[in-house]
Design a protein around this ligand. Structure first.
Ligand SMILES: *Cc1c(COP(=O)(O)O)cnc(C)c1O
Length: 326
């Protein structure tokens, strides 16, 4: 991704980078004109490396001694790995129920992992209170730190380059906190404003039906996420009931002419199995956009309508199946 160093807020550091980015774009099986972006083929096996390398480089440059992070798994794993490369200590707060494989991966990189007895929100609160008494600590939040989005925006730049500027009409994005959605939006805005793209692609945010505060807000025409009590979902990486940047996510999707859609548990599980049957081993969260494409391709407007039918679509696959395999 450092081929786009000119538009990144920190300089390339060869001791920190692990060659993240420029992931393959391959044809989607059975859906002509649609593409899969294999962001699970990253150094720590999720798209979070795009943002984590930027935050860790920044921590190194500014002399932070410790990164404090809250995460449902993959962001913590990515930051643990990149913090290790910078020689900076890393503490990760995860909610109870986070996949053991993700926790093992963080610990392998030397992070101090605290499993918080509560949900994702409780993990965030624990991280914030830890920061108050940890001198030299920097909050490396993928949710709040704007530098993270400058890393994830490279997703848009790569799509532009890999399609030679002829992007499909729709880009689907999994949305929990929206760090890939907002990064992609930022990247596409930059490309449009510099004259490299004629217009934004339609951004379609995909949420799990059991935890869909943004899809519910979109459906009701609201500008803030809907407060709800989430149900359990296999899509642990997007199980965010109160996304702090929810209003910004809704605005980005609307500004692009896109929409929010939901997929149910059965659709997610079936999508994961179908991808695996095509050689693509991803975690359940990473199958939600494929589930939405399949649902939208065979049907009607309440499933996202023309998702993928006119002008093709890009479906990111964001996390490896090894993250949740037993
Ligand atoms: C983090 C993550 C997401 C969601 O990212 P948000 O920033 O919460 O929207 C989706 N899929 C995978 C595999 C992830 O790790």
């Amino acid at each position: 991704m450092w081929r786009y160093a000119e538009v990144l807020p920190v300089a390339f550091d060869a001791d920190v980078s692990m060659g993240e980015g420029l992931t393959p774009l391959v044809g989607a099986p059975g859906h002509p004109g649609c593409w899969l972006k294999l962001d699970y083929l990253m150094p720590t096996l999720s798209f979070k490396d795009r943002g984590a390398v930027v935050l860790a480089t920044l921590a190194k440059v500014t002399g932070a001694e410790r990164l404090v992070v809250d995460s449902s798994g993959n962001a913590g794993t990515a930051l643990a790995a990149y913090a290790a490369r910078c020689g900076v200590a890393c503490e990760v707060f995860v909610p109870r129920g986070t996949s053991g494989a993700k926790v093992n991966q963080m610990r392998a990189h030397g992070a101090d992992v605290h499993v918080v007895d509560g949900d994702r929100q409780a993990a965030a609160e624990a991280a914030i209170s830890r920061l108050a008494d940890a001198p030299g600590a920097r909050y490396a939040s993928h949710v709040y730190d704007p530098y993270f989005l400058h890393g994830t925006k490279t997703f848009a730049y790569e799509l532009w380059e890999q399609t030679a500027g002829h992007l499909p009409g729709t880009v689907l994005l999994p949305v929990g906190n929206g760090t890939l959605l907002l990064g992609a939006y930022l990247g596409f805005l930059e490309l449009v404003s510099r004259g490299y793209l004629p217009s934004l692609p339609r951004l379609v945010g995909v949420q799990a039906g059991r935890c869909a505060p943004l899809a519910a807000a979109y459906a009701r025409g609201l500008v803030q996420p809907v407060a709800l009590t989430p149900g359990p979902t296999v899509a642990e990486g997007i199980a965010i009931s109160r996304p702090p940047r929810g209003a910004q996510c809704l605005e980005a999707v609307r500004a692009s002419g896109g929409c929010f859609v939901t997929v149910d548990e059965e659709e997610i599980v079936a999508a994961q199995a179908e991808l695996a049957a095509n050689g693509l081993f991803v975690e359940p969260t990473a199958a939600v956009c494929w589930a939405a494409l399949v649902a939208g391709a065979d049907a009607d407007d309440d499933h996202g309508g023309s998702v993928g039918r006119d002008g093709g679509a890009v479906v990111p696959l964001c996390g490896s199946g090894l993250k949740t395999a037993h």
